[in-house]
Ligand binder design. Sequence first.
Ligand code: ATP
Ligand code: MG
Length: 141
Amino acid sequence: MAGNQTFTMIKPIAVKNNFIGPILKMINEAGFRIKAMKYTRLTKQQAEAFYAVHAGKYFFEGLTEFMSSGPIVAAILEKDNAVADFRKLIGATDPAKAEEGTIRKLYAESMSHNAVHGSDSDENAIIESDFFFSKMERFEV
Ligand code: ATP
Ligand code: MG
């Protein structure tokens, strides 16, 4: 149902730095339930497709290189007001501007290496979830 789901990725830098565990702990403690999850790696082409909305911007090449540089954790998260509440939990795109206690403040290295992705609208949450997960890969708990 629209409004109670968002999509996230733990980005390659956070996987590399062994932050999968701490980030998932924060996600669970903030009240999100995991509806679907996988450990995978995007090809450059898949990263370009996922971030197509940013095609042509100066950071697009770096962003898609980075997002395909190593494995990620992709997940669908469920909670009331999921999109907005998750964006609050992760903090600003630039970790230097992220609030204390947010995932990006704690675990991001920089604007371009910023630890996690979070959908920016209910509509994009659905599009992004469908990019990674079939119906059979989603579970009620
Ligand atoms: P994400 O979509 O990854 O959750 P976001 O929604 O906070 O991040 P977007 O504006 O969608 O931010 O940008 C996508 C990603 O592109 C950011 O996570 C960041 O790594 C990179 N990015 C965005 N703006 C810039 C910028 N000005 N300089 C460098 N990298 C940028
Ligand atoms: Mg975004």
